[in-house]
Design a binder for this molecule. Sequence first.
Ligand code: GLC
Length: 564
Amino acid sequence: MKWWQNTIVYELYPNSFKDSDGDGYGDLKGITSELDHLKSLGVGAIWLTPVYVSPMGDNGYDVADYYSINPRYGTMEDMDELIEEAKKREIRIVMDLVFNHTSNECEWFKESASSRDNDKNDWYIWADPKEDGSVPNNWRGVFGGSVWTYCETRGQYYLHTFGDFQPDVNWENPKVRNALYDIANFWIDKGVGGFRLDAITYIKKPADMSDGPVDAPDNMVSVHSMTANTDGILDFLHEFKDQVQVGKDIFVVGEANGVPASELPLWVGENGVFDMIFEFSHVNVQFSGGEVWYNTKDWKLTELKKCFSDSQKATKDNGWYPVFLENHDQPRSINHFLPADADPVQGAKVLGMLMMTLRGTPFMYEGQEIGMTNIDWDNIKDYDDISSHNQFQMAKLNGLTTKQAMECVKRFSRDNSRTPMQWTDGENAGFTDGTPWLPVNSNYKTVNVASENENSGSVLCFYHQMKTLRDEHEVLKDGNYTELFQNSEKIYAYCRENAKEKIIILLNFTGEAVEVKMDDLGIESQTGFRILLSNCGGERASEVSKQTEKVNLYPYEAMCLQVD
Ligand code: GLC
């Protein structure tokens, strides 16, 4: 196994992790001060969402200068110190490369927009208006509205898959590609351990940029359906691999929305372009069309399980799977995957065990380790996230009342996962001495690192136990995965097996006790089962070891059993 297959990656949202200077925003020195917390979780790599100079229209995903640190977060010296201090703890820093677009305040764009005739004239995607002066086509951006914005100086429109302040760069131009590879290599020289490639499935645009079939009352079509994973994209990415990665001891994970499991072999593994890609079927399980927040459906556990099993199968012999349940674009997993009345502590442990025992590298998201939950803000004005505002408008445009539209925002807003990290039960949860940029979740008195470290029944202590379990049982890292009890709408069960051992994971996704018959699991064991870990306390070990035919799971019980 490579080092990044053998570890845990922690996704860290710098704005919200730890503020060292009292300005209300997290910063690099804050991160450095909390490295021991991450070390205790078994983290071997920290993926930082963008920390470059940026006007922060999309919290850093609008980069103005890829070679400098955003003063909000500190200086390049602070960055070097973070890389160095992390290295001492065998933790590597992973940078987020935003290479589909830049900020409109990036020097490249300023030059490109300044005239039709300049050195960077074709570094972005420019198009003439239609004859009537209107936008070149009917594509809708990910954050709503047209993907085209007019530029007076050029008398042309530029394309932006996301916000109008995030112009897409022109990957067809080899100079642009080389400039991007230079950036990546600069960071490799600094000693980083890898990259996450943002929104990478959008970099290739189709040759035909005409109107697409309208998919909503705004008479537009989503840019995702028109451009994601366009033929020819892999040529660019093979070049990226050759120019940036080959021969270096780093990993690359792509944010690859729009790549079906069937195409995974082209994207990951030996002949692929990346080491891993994030695949989104499981986090989109409740959407019935596109990722439109007002368009949801009731989903069943069997559907969720199938998403994981499909990805596990697709990466069985080829490539590697980054296991994630949360990130900075998703709601908190407890609210996402469990019913509203679920016990948040036991529920968080069920989801934690799922993430820590599927085959692949767990990507833990800031705050997940203490069981942070969604916020519950009623007024759209309180939300910072650009996407929440757009989805709110879209919902209203599609006939929802303000109250209904707010329900969608509360359920899916990206701010749910962006509130400050909860360190203590003190003021501002110990995140800052100043005023936090986003309010602290009101549950910080009980959900916080310091209190949970003192409480052996906490989510955090369970994560520590799971770290030890993974270290002691290699099978949990690379053993084969077989789903068991496939039709159950209550239990997610699977087996991890290698030549040396066999471990069964039983996860009760309901608030009821559930009897699991070993026969139904297709497991034969004369000697019984040894319990390695349960979220229902140490005494479960002796209770369960006496049973050979069935195990009675408590509500939201998560259990690892060794088959003797
Ligand atoms: C990715 C990021 C998201 C950002 C978008 C545009 O999806 O994860 O946070 O808004 O790309 O860069």
